[in-house]
Write a protein that binds this ligand. Structure first.
Ligand SMILES: NC(=O)c1ccc[n+]([C@@H]2O[C@H](COP(=O)([O-])OP(=O)(O)OC[C@H]3O[C@@H](n4cnc5c(N)ncnc54)[C@H](O)[C@@H]3O)[C@@H](O)[C@H]2O)c1
Length: 412
């Protein structure tokens, strides 16, 4: 056994580049027994706001994430939310049969409580049993945020990384969970404690799936859209102000009228805004993230209230509390706050919860501060469509915001 790598050693104490690899890697020998390796990995993935994904005449899904120009029969493990499989299973099967694919459909019951590593293992067992070529045969994840988060972790772990494709079927999936780089499952009492930054090669976002989603889950997704509006897009806010109620009624479907056109604009602006925030900070090196608005207290609240509160509902309550914090600090005017609460009422979003009390707020703030590298980095809105970050929120301030919120804005 040679004590050292085969390249020549230098006793020069100065760092010295040794080689550059095809993937941009370089190795530096920093002293006789220390080497330092640097590599940059290019990441590229696509989000397509599209339609007719399950139409057998549409090539997008069968081609998504697969190696181009292959003659071999496509193999696909389809991981599908079991409710989605009940509704769309026949269409999904017909699609892959029409494309001559060898496939297996794994229907996975999806709940927040079940978003855990055991579900990831179930997918991995299925991948192992079915067998895929890791360059040619992407796993296809069809479902809401829970399904896509679980499938993303499985794809990331399987053979140290296998390609996958996301087909979101909920509103949160379309505008949030399906478009970024994050995957994750809950662990112990902690939300998304396990996971990786591992984007799907392609996301096919088709709003026709929303036609079968119930009102509560449409509203749940509207919370994440309202978040984008509040911190960076006043036009999006105005669209919600004007069309919010109709968007729930029509489930974002295009009836060829102005509501359908507004639905297209809302989806487009929400995805665009989200990506403009996420893309420059894909690995979250910068911990000041506008998209964390509504996500400072909500992870603790959501897990404490499980299974009562949906993700977007917890986010909405957090945004309401943050709005009141802004009001107390003079960052928002009474008029702006009234407009914000009028929109959340129009969208039927909850704004308060009995668990919002000093004990939970204190635990949530401590957890968030730990998660954000020791600083609060709390996004607060400074006007509709604008925000800043603060680091000095106290428990007393939070408590009084909670009391004010419960007293003045109940939506009852
Ligand atoms: N990775 C990310 O960046 C990210 C971002 C936001 C949210 N999330 C995660 O997403 C999860 C929430 O996602 P969600 O709101 O989509 O919930 P979900 O995945 O639980 O889906 C909601 C419900 O709708 C059903 N369903 C899904 N599609 C349907 C359809 N087309 N018709 C009828 N029923 C359908 C599901 O069976 C489920 O009961 C949370 O766990 C959250 O942490 C992740």
């Amino acid at each position: 056994v040679k004590p050292y790598p085969s390249y020549s050693l230098s006793r020069d104490p100065e760092p010295r580049p040794h080689m550059g690899g095809t993937d941009g890697a370089s190795t530096t020998q920093t002293s006789e027994q220390n080497w330092s390796v640097t590599a940059a990995k290019e990441v590229s993935f696509q989000i397509r706001l599209t339609s007719g994904v399950l139409d057998p005449g549409n090539q997008q899904l069968i081609e998504a994430g697969a190696a181009v120009g292959q003659d071999l029969q496509p193999r696909r493990l389809l991981v599908v939310d079991s409710r989605v499989a009940d509704i769309y299973g026949e269409q999904i099967r017909a699609y892959f049969l029409a494309h001559g694919a060898k496939f297996r459909l794994l229907a996975l019951p999806c709940t927040e409580a079940g978003k855990r590593i055991e579900a990831v293992q179930q997918i991995i067992d299925e991948l192992d049993d079915f067998g895929i070529d890791r360059n040619r045969d992407p796993l296809i994840a069809i479902g809401g945020g829970v399904l896509m988060d679980i499938a993303g972790v499985a794809a990331c772990l399987y053979r140290r990384g296998s390609p996958y494709v996301r087909v979101p079927t909920t509103l949160i999936g379309l505008v949030d969970a399906g478009i970024g780089s994050k995957t994750g499952v809950n662990h112990g009492p902690h939300k998304n404690r396990l996971g990786a930054y591992y984007p799907a090669r392609v996301t096919l976002a088709d709003r026709s799936f929303l036609a079968t989603l119930d009102d509560r889950h449409i509203v749940n997704g509207l919370a994440e859209i309202l978040k984008v509006a509040l911190v960076r897009d006043v036009v999006l806010f105005e669209l919600l102000e004007t069309y919010g109620t109709d968007l729930i009624k029509t489930r974002f479907q295009d009836g060829g009228d102005d509501v359908g056109a507004a639905a297209s604009q809302v989806l487009h602006r929400a995805i665009q805004g989200m990506l403009q925030e996420l893309a420059p900070n894909l690995w979250e090196q910068d911990l000041e993230r506008l998209m964390d608005y509504g996500h400072s207290f909500s992870p603790t609240l959501e897990m404490a209230a499980l299974p009562q509160l949906l993700h977007g509902e917890a986010v909405s309550i957090d945004m309401a509390l943050s709005t009141v914090l802004s009001l107390q600090r003079g960052l928002l005017t009474e008029g702006e706050v009234a407009r914000i609460f009028a929109v959340s009422k129009k969208l039927a979003l909850p704004v308060r919860h009995e668990l919002i009390e000093p004990g939970l707020l204190s635990a949530a703030l401590a957890e968030t501060t730990r998660h954000r590298g020791g600083e609060q980095r709390l996004p607060l809105s400074t006007g509709i469509g604008k925000a800043t970050f603060v680091n000095d929120v106290t428990i007393a301030e939070l408590t009084s915001a909670g009391i004010l919120l419960a007293g003045r804005w109940s939506h009852d």
